[in-house]
Design a protein around this ligand. Structure first.
Ligand SMILES: C[S@@+](CC[C@H](N)C(=O)[O-])C[C@H]1O[C@@H](n2cnc3c(N)ncnc32)[C@H](O)[C@@H]1O
Length: 310
């Protein structure tokens, strides 16, 4: 099925309800399966707080995937849904490469948008902790290949990914701070796609250098940039009044335990907030100001002005 071009407010409500359920169920199942206690979760929140200072957290740390699921996953998935609607609307992605896939925000966004579709995906991620969480999140009967590895090895040729003809490649908050080699990554990715492939990169604006490298790398590899927008242009998609009641309840359930833990940093405290915690702030425009979204398409012929003359 082609993805829809937009959703009605009722469809958005339905999609967010399903996302709320998926993420909160996954958190509960994962915490139980891993025997995580408040200390693990607080450590996860503390570690994740490094992102605020422009540093990379240790995504392999126990507890970090749960903290990420509370703190970032809902806004990542919502943003990806909105971006996919605008950039991929009317097409049907079938073979997806998700670089730095974390806990599978991209796959969840696609599953929520097209629950009946069966796609195939290769997800490349170096944290087994994040990958394992993704296993609790997804339900679709896709053909999935989860590669645990570093994308720098993909660039160097030391890592082969199974599918060769991807029609959608996503980089969702995947470029690390520091040396990210994004230009080389773009050149590598361009060899793994077949036209008309779509590339979607979503990054905080503070990763301007990485974004510029991606832009240049794809341009050199005959990709045309078809969209360059920030969250403000997704306004209509993201202006949603009431969000994620189950996740809010679940988080409040954890609050007493997390609050008592001395390892909780300002980041965790900000996340949990002083009760009553206002989860709507996650998906308001202010929290999206950071995001820059680039979309590239391969093999799209841009007409010369002369060609348009009669
Ligand atoms: C901010 S998270 C984003 C996860 C997911 N894409 C999302 O949108 O929620 C960044 C992820 O990229 C992964 N990552 C960072 N550098 C990587 C690399 N060189 N190779 C593979 N994965 C990497 C991290 O382990 C982490 O899970």
């Amino acid at each position: 099925m082609p993805l829809p071009e937009n959703l009605t407010s009722g469809q958005w409500r339905n999609l967010l309800d399903r996302m709320d359920l998926r993420i909160s169920d996954a958190i509960e199942d994962f915490v139980r399966a891993k025997f995580y206690g408040a200390g693990d979760l607080a450590a996860g929140f503390s570690e994740l707080y490094k992102l605020r200072g422009g540093r990379e957290p240790d995504y392999c740390l126990p507890g970090i995937a749960v903290a990420y699921a509370f703190k970032y996953l809902p806004q990542r998935v919502t943003c990806l849904v909105a971006t996919l609607l605008q950039a991929a609307g009317q097409r049907t992605p079938s073979a997806i490469l998700d670089v730095g896939s974390g806990s599978d925000a991209v796959s969840l966004a696609l599953e929520l948008l097209a629950p009946e579709d069966v796609m195939s995906s290769v997800t490349l991620e170096f944290s087994p902790e994040m990958q394992e969480f993704g296993g609790y999140l997804l339900q679709g009967q896709w053909e999935r290949q989860r590669v645990t590895g570093d994308y720098h090895d993909l660039i160097g040729g030391g890592l082969q990914v199974g599918l060769g003809l991807f029609d959608l490649v996503t980089l969702s908050a995947a470029a690390p701070y520091g040396a990210a080699r994004c230009g080389e990554l773009a050149a590598t990715i361009s060899k793994l796609t077949s036209p008309p492939a779509l590339i979607i990169a979503v990054e905080p604006e503070r990763k301007a250098r990485q974004l510029e490298e991606l832009r240049a790398g794809f341009a050199e590899s005959s990709f045309y940039q078809i969209e360059d927008y920030c969250c403000h242009q997704l306004t209509e998609n993201l202006r949603i009044p009431r969000l994620l009641p189950r996740l809010t309840t679940l988080l409040r359930g954890y609050v007493p335990h997390i609050y008592k833990n001395p390892r909780l940093t300002e980041g965790g405290r900000r996340m949990i907030g002083d009760p009553p915690f206002d989860i709507t702030s996650w998906n308001t425009l202010s929290s999206y100001k950071e995001l820059a979204i680039l979309c590239f398409e391969e093999g799209l012929v841009v007409p010369e002005e002369d060609d348009l003359l009669p």
